[in-house]
Every structure is written in C-alpha cells, then in structure tokens.
Design a protein around this ligand. Sequence first.
Ligand code: PRX
Length: 658
Amino acid sequence: MSKDTTTAAQSVGDALENLSTESRKFAPSAEFAANAVVTASAYAEAAADRPAFWGKQASELLTWSKPFTKTLDWTNPPFATWFEDGEINAAYNALDRHVEAGNGDRVAIYFEGEPGDTRSYTYAQLTEEVKKAANAFEALGLAKGDRVAVYLPMIPEAVITLLACARIGAIHSVVFGGFSAEALRSRIDDAQAKLVVTADGTFRRGKPSSLKPAVDEALSVPGHSVENVVVVKRNGEDVNWVQGRDNWWDDTVGTASTEHTAVGHAAEHPLFILYTSGTTGKPKGILHTTGGYLTQGAYTHKAVFDLKPETDVYWCTADVGWVTGHSYVTYAPLINGATQIIYEGTPDSPHQGRFWEIVEKYKVSILYTAPTAIRTFMKWGEDIPAKYDLSSIRVLGSVGEPINPEAWMWYRRVIGSNKAPIVDTWWQTETGAIMIAPLPGVTETKPGSAQSPMPGIAVDVVDELGVPVPDGHGGYLVIREPWPSMLRGIWGDNERYKDTYWSRFDGMYFAGDGAKKDEDGDVWLLGRVDDVMNVSGHRLSTTEIESALVSHPSVAEAAVVGAADETTGQAVVAFVILRDSAVEDADIVTTLRNHVGHEIGPIAKPKTILVVPELPKTRSGKIMRRLLKDIAEGREAGDSSTLADNTVMNQIAASLKA
Ligand code: PRX
C-alpha cells in the first residue's frame, strides 16, 4: 500500500465530498422476494457460526470425493486453510456430476463469436471436451502441480483449458490477451510455466487481431521454462511455427480420448495463480486454492444473482483474463449447473446494439457487467437498447469499480425495465469471490452502494488507527475474519503477502479501498486509496507504468496518476521529464505511448502524456501525485506547502500553457 497516508486520507476525503447524499431506495417486488433463492435468515445463520455456515455451503453446493471434517484453521494467521482434510475435483463438480445427475443435455455455454459465428455446448459435450483436453495435456507431460500459462481470447477453449488444468491438478495462470509479450514473459517466468495455451488470434472490431506472435516473442529468450505450446485456430491468420514445441489444439486435444477419470485433489491444492497490479512495479501472482474458493464462488453466485439453474440464462461479460472471468464464468456458474453466454467481442461490434441483440436472442435473465460498459451505453443513447426486447432480464449485476448513482439509475430504468434488482458487487482478485453485495430478494437497494457484507463475511470501515468509524463516516475498508475464497498468498513470496495485506492494520486484511458507512450502516465504496488505478474496471499500477516510461532512453523521470474520466472511471495521465537528448523528438508522446504498450500492453497506454520541466516532490523526494492529479483533472493545484521547491507547480503550469 501507499506509505503516503496524507494522499490516501485526502483521496477518501475527496471521494466523500463528491458523494451526493443518496436517499432513494428500491425494495424487491413481493413476487421476487417470495421466490428468492436466499432469504434474510442467511445473515443471522452465518453470524451465529461463520465456519459452520461455510461448512454447510461446502457440503451442500459441492460434491467431495473425500468429505472434510474440519472447516477453518486460522491458527497461523494470515495463512488460512479451509476444509483442509477434504478432497475435491473442481472439474468434476463443474461438469461430470451434472451429467451423472441427468442434466447432460442442459446447455452449459452458448458462444457468440465476434464475427457472428456461434457454438453451443451441453454439459455432456463440455465434459467430453474437458476430458479430451485433460488427456492431451497429460500426454504433453503435464502433471499435477505444474503451471500452465493461458493466453487466449474469450472463446470456449479458454474455459475448457482452465477446467482441464483443474481436472488434473495443474495450476493455471491466465494472462489477459491485452497484455504484451513482455508482460507475458515475466508471468511465465515467475510461475515457471511448462505449457502455454494460446490461439493464432481473435477478432477485434471486425478485424483479426493476433496473439501467437506475442507468445513467440515471449519465448524468444533462451532459458525459459516452457516445453510445449498448444495453439487454438481461431482467426485463421498465418503463424510462425516452432517444430517440437508448437501443437495445434485440433491435432492434440481434438484427437484425444473422451475417457478421463477425475480424481480428488486436496482442498488446499492450488487451483490457479492470477497476476494483478499492486503498488510496486512487479505484478503479484495471487494464489487461490480449491475447496474454499469453489464454496464461496458457488454460494455467492447463487445468492447474489438469485440463480435458478433450470430456467435462468446467465451472462457475465467479463474476459477470462480477469478474476471475474475465473470465478463467475469458468467456475461458479458451471458448478451451479447454469446456462451461460460467452461473447468474444466488444459491445460495439458490428454495431452498438450487439449486447442487447444477444440478450434478446438468448433471453438472458441475469446480466453481470461493469460500470464502464454501462456509462458507454448511456453515452450511445437509450434508443439503442430500446430497439430490443430486454424483458427476460430479472437481475442486473455490476462489478469492478464504483458505480455512480446516475449510471445505476440508467441501468435499472433502461436495461432493467425499472424492476430488475441491481446487485453492485464489491470484491477483488485477492478475495476470489463476492464480499459485499445486496441480496436481490432481501435488500432495499440504494443507487451506488454495494451495501452489505455477504452472509459469513466480516467487513468493516476503520480510521487511520484501525478503529471502526461510526455510521455516517468514511475510512479504510478492511476484512476482519478469514473467508473461504481468500487468497492463500502471493506465488513464491509469503513475506510480500503479509506486508501487502496484513501489516497496515493489526489482524485485519486491508483491501486498498476507501469506503464509507452511511447512516444505515451500508457500505459505499470510494475507490482505491493506494497507487493502484482502475481504468475501465482494469487494475493498473501507477508505479508499473512509471517504470515502463523510465525504461525508455528519452525519459529521465515519470509520474503517473489516475485522473477521473466520465466513461472509464479513471484514465492514465503521465507526466514525464525528458532527457536533454530527447527534447527535439516531435513524436515523443506517440513513441512513449507505444513503448508502454510494448512493455505492459495496450490497456496500460496513457491517455495523456504531458512533458514537464519538473515534478513536485516532498523534501524526502516523494512525488506528490495529489498535486499532479489536480492538474490532470483540470483543477487549481491544492496545498503545495510541503514541496521541496514550491515554484515547481508554477513551472509545470507555465510549461503546459506554452
Ligand atoms: O477498488 C476496488 C475495485 O476493483 C478493485 C479490485 O480489482 P480486481 O482485483 O481487478 O477485481 C475486479 C473484479 C472483482 C477493488 O479493490 N472494485 C471492484 N468491485 C467494485 C470495486 N469498487 C467499487 N465497487 C465495486 N463493486
């Protein structure tokens, strides 16, 4: 976390000021409440005995090959174990057991490709595909505990790959397709991945977009850990081929046997690593294990979305490259036997009604998306969704960043026909599953608030000293008790795990978010209070982008801030001081944007780069990002009395006017 607590406190303060007093409340309809899957009694039941509550969910929602006798072990905090002596296979729970129960013909996945191609998989078919992939990966020498880097677009093979890894106990590490070869390389190295699963490419806004070249570049340096690459043919582009290393998916998985027995793995066996940005330059490999992760994923999916698997059609629009695509596409919906949509492309391809066309076509009843998408739809105009029949929608979810009340109201009125409850879900890569959200059949929802911790979750808002704030006040969001899907650590770095999450407040998990409790005790999320930015719901680190900028020979120093942006929540704004040799380059801004794209990925490219003569620093040399943020957001810069040189802000202002 940021050691600059002044900045953190300031940003909580700013967010509190910006938060309008919101008094609207929307109760669920009597009919919705009467048919709700989870009722208010869950809160009291969980509060009475948290571990027992989770133990009950684990037994009821999952099928264990060896039942557990213990629930939580918290004798060595912050290292928890859940259901430790139990054994379970994630893929069996997501697939085979539904087929064995007679639901093999239920559709598991409706896939919509960006160019308009479609495929569907029943539970029986998906089970076969996963068994084939499991056999193929084993034939390539993959064994339990080995790591697999996955660099795939949003196609069914992504889900199949993840479940095949889980089936054989291999640990997947998905790298979002928007990350560069360089980012992929560092993640492959950190996890020492043995296998990479990728595709020739995908489609983006009607055009092919490639992936395989980034894998080739990532593996161009000798001494890497990768033995095999499996390549899905998706967009048909020509690819380079390394004999003996590269294998087409169709030749390996396509020809493999459909017989594969799933054996149970220990509940604490690692399921996956997912890298996420923190406050330092190096992304952290967040480690999740099996039993607890599946338990909380399945429970929250059922409770928060009021899932009725026989009749609902569920669509989470997240990419598998992010945690939402793990928990609420790959695992929980399939564990719960749901029918879901997977869509490869962007919302505007080939037209701005694409999402609503999909909702109408498949009669989507539960839609889970991000505020940035909602704000984009608002900008495009409500006449676009109005052209489609959205009457199938009965629950609307939001995730990834704070949702402003205006976007919330629009979502409810235009997409939810003024009746579908909105569930704003707060959680993180680290928490593995939803932590704070309304229960749609119980909670009177408030526009812009995630409201209540889930049953069995202990969340609080505390002040600088870790003391709970009274209702009506703001502070830092913490989690007081261990939860089943909590991260088990940072891959290969236990100390960093303790330092990052458990050292700021004694005995509490510090999430990095500011929050407020309102007069009813409901929680409002106010955004990050550390050096992490949230751009379109994607987590980016200011320091990581600064490191990328200063790695360019023209840059002497760089400071990056997340500036408020109407559509994307925040936008990356960089201030750079150039080396003397570089000042003459007229295209320097483009050069630097591309450089960041190469070092981290297109998603990290700064929206704006401002060349300045100096950066505002304290006497101890710390950059005062708060002042830069003022400039980036078009305000008069705030109090600069602690600057080592207080003429710096004038110098910057003058250079930007010039
Ligand atoms: O700042 C919070 C924000 O996203 C961060 C976690 O990002 P990531 O690990 O990428 O996971 C995103 C998907 C779960 C949090 O620290 N965040 C996530 N959901 C919300 C949110 N902020 C406000 N409201 C939310 N519902």
